[in-house]
Design a protein around this ligand. Structure first.
Ligand code: ADP
Ligand code: MG
Length: 233
């Protein structure tokens, strides 16, 4: 099946982690909506792909050894024209080499720029006692400073997923505060269920993973995973 094939190829390559592009392929195989993402190996390819996707685009370093891409100066958002694609291509490569001189670089990911949405985080760990376990929380300071997250042993039912959304302290943000429209909690719960099925199915392969951030839109407008990470067992 598609997901196992992606993982098998990474293992043949001797790697313990998937790139964002590969991780999104695995997510897609389980029906998780991700930003359309393509690999460019040259500046010209980057321009062709950006035109195919349509501006604005996001560009990111693709290296199995650079898993925190922003820390390496490896992410550029809102790139609006061909000249900026060429600039960003050079800058990202220079930054990546300065960050880790011997990093194996696959190229640069050119991706659709997702519209703004409420940032949430999904993640998984393999608990020594309970096995594959899901984590959900709001993004940004909510997870980093307030540790406002909740866990469930996978698989997770739709009802349990909805309860995860309502039991964090920041729940009112998804319900809609101060005149803001409620967020698409049904789509978010569906995504949690699919993610949980994925980590059960791939329990022998995935050691930990995250989708950080996932952007959540207004009711009926769905969600989008903009970053994906999978660490292999
Ligand atoms: P990192 O490896 O540093 O976590 P990310 O892929 O998460 O890199 O990118 C950093 C930030 O850039 C994200 O938190 C998000 O705010 C923004 N971003 C990344 N990709 C996209 C995208 N396709 N559309 C819109 N915003 C994006
Ligand atoms: Mg990220």
């Amino acid at each position: 099946e598609a997901a196992l094939e992606v993982i098998r190829r990474a293992r043949i390559d001797g790697r313990g982690a998937l790139t964002e592009i590969e991780a999104k392929q695995v997510f897609n195989a389980y029906g998780l909506p991700t930003t359309a993402t393509y690999l460019a190996k040259t500046e010209d390819e980057a321009v062709t792909l950006a035109k195919k996707i349509g501006f604005p685009v996001v560009m990111k370093i693709v290296s199995p050894e650079i898993l925190h891409k922003s820390d390496a100066g490896g992410v550029k958002v809102n790139i609006k024209d061909e000249a900026s694609v060429r600039d960003a291509f050079k800058t990202i490569l220079t930054n990546a080499k300065a960050y880790k001189a011997d990093a194996n670089i696959h190229g640069i990911a050119i991706q659709e720029m997702a519209p703004w949405g409420t940032e949430v985080i999904l993640g998984s760990v393999n608990d020594a006692t309970f096995g594959p376990t899901m984590m959900f929380g709001l993004g940004g300071i909510f997870v980093e400073v307030l540790k406002d997250v909740t866990f469930r042993v996978a698989p997770v039912s739709h009802g349990q997923a909805l309860r995860m959304l309502s039991e964090i302290r920041g729940a009112p943000i998804l319900a809609g505060v101060r005149g803001e429209k409620p967020r698409d909690r049904e789509a978010m719960a569906d995504t949690i269920c699919r993610y949980a099925n994925m980590i059960v199915d791939l329990a022998d392969e995935i050691s930990e993973s995250d989708a950080n951030p996932v952007l959540v839109y207004e009711e009926t407008k769905g969600i989008k995973v903009v970053d994906a990470r999978i660490i292999l067992k």
